[in-house]
Design a binder for this molecule. Structure first.
Ligand code: ATP
Ligand code: MG
Length: 187
């Protein structure tokens, strides 16, 4: 992904004020996420060259581009899986998030839903959504009541009705996607 590529997904002049998506008035506002000078090299392959973009609060931003242009690489940098080349600037709410790792990214609210969803098929909807949040302080203790409450709350917020007790393997793909989204939002 480079700033000059024709398929570059994040050219501000193309993004703002075009298309059907409502734009967010952002003059003078601090971006939720600000990236500048993001590069990544794998051996001899330059995956990203000086990528720059902002995500404003409430904004839905789509990255689109041809295979291998660097979409996954930028997502992995934002989520702390890969470290960008030196000189990168990454700010969240105006604060540097340099030295990000996956745990810290999650603590900051950065969640990635990968295509394979990474759900546990034999576990229930509630367990998949809220398992991590409701492990007791003592090892091996799970608070099922709190887990279900949290799962129910997030599904209600999303406006969907999925039986919390169903195993994920019995859900449609669309429902599984919702479970993965709910799990990302429940924290
Ligand atoms: N771990 C890695 N090691 C070496 N090269 C890599 C690695 N990850 C990505 N690349 C290379 O970096 C470039 C960007 O890859 P990336 O997976 O980010 O592209 P993408 O836009 O997500 O592609 P796709 O649309 O196929 O998912 C490609 O040339 C890819 O081969
Ligand atoms: Mg990809």
């Amino acid at each position: 992904m480079s700033q000059s590529a024709a398929t570059h997904p994040v050219d501000d002049t193309q993004r703002r004020g075009t298309g059907a998506m409502p734009t967010v008035p952002d003059a003078g506002r601090t971006p939720l996420l600000k990236l500048e000078n993001i590069s990544k090299v794998f051996g001899g392959v330059r995956a990203l060259r000086n990528v720059k973009f902002d995500v404003m609060p409430g904004e839905v931003l789509c990255l689109a581009g041809e295979n291998g242009c660097g979409k996954s690489t930028i997502i992995k940098i934002i989520s702390g899986v890969y470290t960008p080349e030196p000189g990168a600037m990454m700010l969240m709410d105006g604060e540097s998030i340099e030295g990000l790792d996956p745990a810290r990214a999650r603590d900051l609210g950065i969640q990635v839903i990968w295509q394979d969803l990474a759900l546990f098929p034999e576990m229930t909807v509630a367990e998949n959504i809220a398992f991590e949040q409701n492990l007791g302080s003592r090892p091996r203790l799970v608070n099922y009541r709190k887990m279900k409450q949290a799962a129910r709350r997030i599904l209600e917020r999303l406006g969907v009705d999925i039986d919390l007790n169903r195993p994920v393997r019995s859900l449609s793909i669309a429902q599984r996607q919702i479970v993965a989204i709910a799990r990302a939002l429940v924290r």
